[in-house]
Design a protein around this ligand. Structure first.
Ligand SMILES: C[S@@+](CC[C@H](N)C(=O)[O-])C[C@H]1O[C@@H](n2cnc3c(N)ncnc32)[C@H](O)[C@@H]1O
Length: 729
């Protein structure tokens, strides 16, 4: 048994080794298994490992495969560490024979601790940093945004771009971005835009003569089964529920190392930069580094060999069913190590192949708390996927896809197939201006009658509603329980389900049509005028806990990203039961102008998986002629929140999108907030109606075949089940 002081000393030495490697740009998780094996190999003799600035360790690490090809070669071996260990042993032998030939084997670190190879790496890093802040999408053939009439025909104001079904093998095409300039946070955009903003106009609207939209009642509704009166909403049939028992613990977040050796990944670059600027991420990394170090040394002793992986509990449990399904087959996974190459656009990236339970071994290990690949000596043999230098950027944190950006953790599970993570994107908790969108958050634009400067505490507790309730007819939209009021909610549901009963505005000069054809735009197809919720904000006197501040407080429900089905791909579900009218999350993305969206769309490849830009047109009708920079939408393809995982359900979705005004009285910009349309069971999938017109065959981009499972499904070409066929007859 090691004494306490020996253990401490080992911890210290392991930490130093890891830090030394980290300083050279080698991530912790790459160092860990190699160091572990070296210690085993050298009978815990640290002297060998520390000699010559850890030269044995450096050599072993540099001998690891750096490319998928090398990887594939070494894959023939049973253990990927065989070669580095052999090389380390050879070095040691040479050393013991008195010939330090390290420089002829691998270039030694120079005084700055940098080998030629590492120097090349850091040069690559720098050149990547000089590239762009956002990825470019390849072109969608014939993908004119202008030709997106589906939601218009459906009378919903959400403009959705079709994207490829997620079960397609080739997903999105993230490549190096065009030089479009940095993202501008909303506050910065606002600051830059305040010079002309001093106005007391309630909405900063244009003069009356500019008003060019006229109120026209909606006719010409096509073919949808929406004439039916409001029907009681039904339980979705395709959304699994689980016997939830919250008594399992999951390991702490995976570390996201500084990426190495990526040839062409802009998203990779962004990912690491994003992680670096996050104080929380840094703190986590520091914590994990120490944990890795102590875990490593603790496990190199005889007495700990059987206990290779520590389970570090986190605060968030996952449901029993998920974990149980993995536990069942974890032990089989060690024999099933394969390399799967997945194409992302033009880039080939190696990803961990599935284990017997359909999951990567690392994932099994992390989630089960069991090392999935322990050899006869009790050593952890890391699979290729765990050692791939360039797949780290692909990895979402399965324990918290938000990476600490939200108040709650949101885990990722896949109980269906071996897809480990959703495609990469940057998690942002709030909308960010991409570039040209004009958004002005100046206090001066909010006049006194548009806020409740004299309020104190909680506006909802007052007998007379404050000024902020005026937008919603003098009554607050929220109940004391923080739910959206039934009448308000039912009004919104009815607008979606029965649009013909509601007003449509037709722009004289529609921004959407302008993007399609600037010279000769087609007539406006019409926009629904939606009801807004107005929340109290910073110019109000109430406090942050005021009941009229719900959306701005962010996500509070326990949610989970899960693999919904092969047909639909990833989805979002609630872990707890939710009452009707509960705020779930916002749809967050980059705020782009319709012109910018159009440019993006025409750069997108035909087979890219594209998330759905959502048009912010809820108040276009009352705004006169909108300038390009005022006609906005949200694109969550590259930057988004969990809202991007919400799948579509025709007609009776359990969530609805409601426009919420928070910082700006200007309804060009607002928040799109999802509220439940009914009680939602624990582990039920959360869905919303995208408003797609599946019968619109003139659309240049084919919509997915809807597998929503609703008896009101509008997609006549959907894959039919027996029961849905019988419903039609
Ligand atoms: C906004 S994304 C939703 C998240 C997506 N499932 C994923 O894996 O990232 C929209 C895409 O999800 C898929 N999808 C959403 N709802 C669907 C449905 N009812 N039936 C089939 N596919 C659906 C389609 O591929 C669609 O293009």
């Amino acid at each position: 048994m090691a004494t306490e002081s020996e253990r401490k000393e080992r911890n210290e030495r392991a930490k130093n080794a890891i830090l030394a490697m980290k300083a050279m740009g080698i991530p912790v998780e790459k160092v860990r298994p190699v160091l572990k094996n070296l210690l085993k190999e050298f009978d815990n003799n640290w002297g060998y490992i520390e000699a010559d600035n850890y030269s044995v360790l450096v050599d072993a690490l540099l001998a690891l495969p750096q490319t998928p090809e090398q990887d594939a070669d070494i894959k023939k071996e049973n253990t990927v560490l065989a070669e580095p260990l052999a090389s380390a042993r050879k070095r040691l032998r040479i050393k013991e024979e008195g010939h330090d030939a390290s420089s002829s084997v691998v270039p030694r670190p120079n005084s700055a601790g940098e080998t030629a190879q590492r120097k090349r790496l850091s040069e690559e890093d720098t050149s990547q940093q000089l590239q762009l802040s956002r990825p470019k999408v390849k072109s969608f053939p014939d993908s004119s945004f202008a030709e997106i009439p589906s939601s218009q025909k459906d009378t919903k104001s959400l403009q959705l771009q079709a994207c490829q079904a997620p079960n397609a093998q080739v997903s999105r095409a993230l490549t190096v971005a065009p030089q479009v300039g940095p993202l501008v946070p909303l506050a910065a955009a606002a600051a830059a835009a305040t010079s002309d903003s001093l106005t007391t106009n309630r909405r900063d609207k244009r003069p009356v003569q500019e008003k060019t939209c006229s109120l026209v009642s909606y006719k010409d509704l096509k073919n949808e089964p929406r004439n039916s009166p409001l029907v009681p909403l039904i339980q979705p049939k395709d959304e699994p529920t689980y016997d939830a028992e919250h008594n399992f613990e999951v390991p702490i977040a995976m570390i996201h190392p500084r990426p190495l050796l990526t040839a062409n990944s802009q998203a990779h670059q962004d990912h690491s930069r994003h992680a670096n600027i996050s104080g929380l991420a840094e703190r986590r990394k520091g914590k994990e580094l120490c944990e890795y170090a102590s875990e490593l040394t603790a496990k190199t002793t005889e007495e700990k060999e059987d206990d290779i992986v520590n389970i570090i509990p986190t605060v968030e449990p996952v449901e029993k069913s998920c974990v149980q399904s993995k536990l069942g087959s974890a032990s089989e996974s060690s024999s099933n190590i394969s390399l799967q190459v997945v194409q992302y656009g033009s880039e080939l990236m190696a990803m961990g192949g599935p284990s017997a339970n359909g999951k990567g071994t690392m994932e099994n290990e992390l989630e089960n708390g069991e090392p999935s690949n322990i050899n006869s000596h009790g050593l952890v043999v890391f699979n290729h996927d765990q050692l791939q230098p360039d797949d780290s950027w692909l990895s979402h944190d399965v324990n918290d896809i938000t990476k600490g950006e939200e108040r709650v953790r949101i885990s990722v599970v896949n109980e269906v197939n071996s897809e480990r993570f959703p495609p990469p994107f940057h998690y942002i908790p709030q909308n960010l201006v991409y570039q040209n969108g004009y958004i002005n958050f100046s206090l001066a634009r909010i006049c006194d009658e548009d806020c409740c400067a004299d309020c104190f505490g909680d506006c909802l507790s007052k007998s007379i509603p404050c000024a902020c309730a005026r937008e919603t007819g003098g009554e607050f939209a929220y109940t004391l329980d923080g739910l959206i009021k039934k009448e308000f909610l039912d009004g919104c549901i009815s607008m979606n389900q029965d649009p013909q009963k509601h007003r449509l505005y037709y722009c004289m000069d529609c921004p959407l049509e302008r993007t399609k054809n600037e010279v000769r735009p087609e007539p406006c197809k019409g926009h629904l005028v939606r009801k807004f919720v107005k929340e109290c904000w910073s110019k109000c006197g109430c406090n942050k806990q005021c009941g009229n501040r719900v959306v701005q407080r962010g996500i509070t429900c326990n949610l989970q990203v899960f693999y919904a089905s092969e047909a639909k791909g990833w989805g979002l579900r609630t872990i707890d039961e939710l009452p009707k009218g509960a705020f779930v999350c916002e749809y967050v993305g980059e705020i782009v102008t319709n012109m910018e969206l159009y440019d993006r769309t025409i750069q997108t490849t035909g087979n890219a998986r594209h998330t759905y830009p959502v048009l912010l047109d809820a108040d276009w009708g009352s705004e006169g002629v909108l300038k390009d920079e005022e006609a906005l939408c949200l694109d969550a393809t590259f930057y988004g929140n969990i809202g991007r995982f919400v799948n579509h359900r025709c007609f009776d979705a359990n969530m609805i999108e409601i426009p919420v005004e928070v910082e700006s009285p200007d309804h060009h910009y607002y928040h799109i907030a999802f509220f439940t349309t009914r009680k939602v069971e624990a582990y039920e999938e959360l869905t919303w109606d995208y408003g797609i017109d599946f019968s619109d065959h003139t659309h240049p981009i084919k919509a997915f075949h809807c597998c929503c499972g609703s008896r009101f499904c509008r997609d006549m070409n959907r894959p039919r089940t027996k029961s849905s066929r019988s419903l039609l007859t």
